[in-house]
Write a protein that binds this ligand. Structure first.
Ligand code: ZN
Ligand code: ZN
Length: 352
């Protein structure tokens, strides 16, 4: 007796993609792929392969790579102006490389470029596509998140966290490129080299995106290239008609949403959240800064926290928490009005 043939049309494309990609999601494979991440010398653009070893990084900021002491010295007069000032926390570049080594999540990062730069209709091999990606670390457990956000409970000693993507802004929307990053000249070099490298490996991207990754703790960003493969455009057509499907946050439940840049981020964030066994290696312990950022968001306190609030408002998993937050804001506003504005509004947003 043979098994009944499986009707593939009953599956959502994301279920099939997940099935095909999941063998490549074990920690060992991700670690190996992460090792394969190529860095360029900031000065002469030589790669790890060119010099036959991993490029060394600036020992102070850990953000820039150099092929040699000579190249580092040459760049120092310029780099010392910014090195060591408000640096991106050291573990963030590693988490981002891990993200890029993950074929499932990388697919939707490429989608962000496909959608934001309209790569569906034409390849853009002649332009450097630049986008800013805001990342943060937040509690992997929603209860911890709610406790910090609403200012409840006694603070835990160690709060388990995870990488999250808060915002993707294509450079056409961020004003002048020099505002985004002072190193656009170098980025052009990276961008060209990444194309050449891809082609030497027999890969022909329809575009190469440059991601300027930034973290709220730092004014500096670091840049990583992302190859957009022509097949991603074909996938895009499937998602445009079928939407994106991913874990909702409730075990065993999925959610389906339209194919947009924000929902591609939500897809990535939801998969990281669902990975409770940390197979994807994207978990990290929350630092005081990360905790304070979420607390500030709960009090609507800091402009830096605006991205956290915007993410909460649009992502499914925070729905109940977001409603609680809005009710509290309203209640605080009502109390303030009832007080006849006597308190001057000093405690306007503070928890009751
Ligand atoms: Zn060099
Ligand atoms: Zn440095």
């Amino acid at each position: 007796m043979s098994a009944a043939p499986i009707d593939l049309s009953t599956f959502h494309p994301d279920e099939i993609i997940y099935h095909c990609i999941s063998p490549a999601l074990d920690p060992e494979t991700i670690r190996n792929r992460r090792k394969g991440h190529v860095s360029f010398c900031w000065v002469c653009l030589k790669t790890d392969t060119d010099v036959g070893r991993t490029l060394r990084r600036c020992g102070k900021c850990h953000l820039l790579s150099y092929c040699s002491k000579e190249c580092q010295k040459k760049h120092w007069p310029e780099h010392k102006q910014e090195c060591g000032k408000d640096d991106v926390p050291k573990f963030i570049p590693k988490l981002v490389k891990t993200l890029l080594a993950n074929p499932l999540l990388c697919l939707q990062l490429q989608s962000c470029f496909v959608l934001a730069f309209d790569l569906i209709h034409r390849a853009r091999r002649d332009e450097m596509l630049l986008a800013q990606l805001d990342v943060a670390v937040e509690p992997s457990n929603l209860t911890d998140f709610a406790d910090i956000f609403l200012g409840q409970g006694s603070p835990k000693k160690e709060v388990p966290g995870m990488l999250q993507l808060n915002k993707f802004v294509p450079a056409k929307d961020v004003g002048s490129l020099s505002d985004l990053d002072p190193h656009v000249r170098h980025m052009h070099g990276f961008w060209r080299s990444e194309f050449a490298l891809a082609e030497s490996e027999g890969v022909y991207p329809c575009a190469v995106g440059m991601l300027a990754v930034s973290h709220p703790e730092s004014e500096l960003s670091f840049t990583v290239p992302l190859r957009i493969l022509p097949s991603r455009r074909d996938f895009a057509h499937i998602w445009i008609s079928g939407g994106l499907l991913f874990p909702s946050g409730v075990p065993g439940e999925t959610i389906r949403v339209p194919y947009t840049v924000e929902n591609c981020l939500q897809y990535i964030n939801a998969h990281i959240r669902a990975d409770t066994a940390n197979q994807m290696l994207l978990r990290a312990v929350m630092r005081p800064f990360d905790i304070q950022l979420i607390r500030n968001a709960g009090m609507n306190f800091s402009p830096l926290a605006a991205t956290v609030l915007a993410k909460m408002e649009r992502e499914h998993v925070y729905k109940a928490l977001w409603e609680t937050y809005l009710e509290r804001l309203k209640a605080a506003a009502d109390r303030f009005r009832a007080s006849g504005y006597k308190n001057g509004g000093g405690d306007w947003f503070l928890p009751p």
